[in-house]
Design a protein around this ligand. Structure first.
Ligand code: AMP
Length: 214
């Protein structure tokens, strides 16, 4: 199964990715996670990406495309993958298409998450992430048992730097300008499947599985 998760920040792509990875046994390729790991480890790539990420801008295409292509060539991607947060520009989508054609692959679906602005802001600003294991929470919707502490590993929960109100607003604006055009792009290729992601995440999951097949 090869699929792309498309949608604004806060739409629930990461939450669905965790469940879909388990269901379909394919790796989740999250460019945001790859950048955050590089920032944490202080790599050259991390240093280059950090400023863009902290201000809610997109990391330049040339830093993203080869990284994803290399990742998709790895053995664990042979039977499929779930792209989460890539492509984010028309250029990236075209590069992905080239890669797919060169490797005799095809996308099964582009899963498009539809969510209104207020919901996105509420989800982004309330989101908390475990510093240690990366598990995701929300202060209202998915609260941990003990405030500020991860249920799974006991690690401390923190807010992502780019989930503050100002940066979140900026990220949504960047999505509208640079990423939303992909909806038209994938409508034309016939791969686009729309989902109302205002619904509870378990309902959204069931609907995606219905579309992708068991
Ligand atoms: P995410 O975790 O998907 O919300 O991504 C966090 C940030 O990483 C974004 O706001 C961008 O700065 C950067 N980023 C992640 N994926 C991409 C991409 N495909 N193209 C450009 N920038 C990206």
């Amino acid at each position: 199964m090869r699929a792309v998760l498309l949608g604004p920040p806060g739409a629930g792509k990461g939450t669905q990715a965790v469940k879909l990875v388990e269901k379909y046994n394919v790796p989740q390729i999250s460019t945001g996670d790859i950048f955050r790991k590089n920032i944490k480890e202080g790599t050259e790539l991390g240093k280059k990406a950090q400023e863009y990420m902290n201000s809610g801008q997109l990391v330049p295409d040339e830093l993203v495309v080869d990284l994803v292509k290399d990742r998709l060539m790895q053995d664990d991607c042979a039977n499929g993958y779930l792209l989460d947060g890539f492509p984010r520009t028309i250029f990236q989508a075209q590069e992905l298409d080239k890669f797919l054609a060169e490797n005799g692959q095809k996308l099964d679906a582009v899963i498009n998450f539809e969510v209104g602005y207020e919901t996105l802001m509420e989800r982004l600003t309330g989101r908390r992430i475990c510093k240690k294991c990366g598990a995701g929470y929300h202060i209202k919707n998915i609260p941990p048992k003990v405030e500020g502490i991860c249920d799974k590993c006991g690690g401390e929960l923190e807010q992502r730097k780019d989930d503050t109100r100002e940066t979140a607003e900026n990220r949504i604006a960047v999505y509208e300008e640079s990423t939303a055009p992909l909806i038209g792009y994938y409508t034309e290729t016939g791969a686009l499947k729309n989902f109302n992601a205002e619904k509870d995440h378990s309902v959204v999951f069931e609907e995606i599985v219905k579309e992708l097949g068991e």
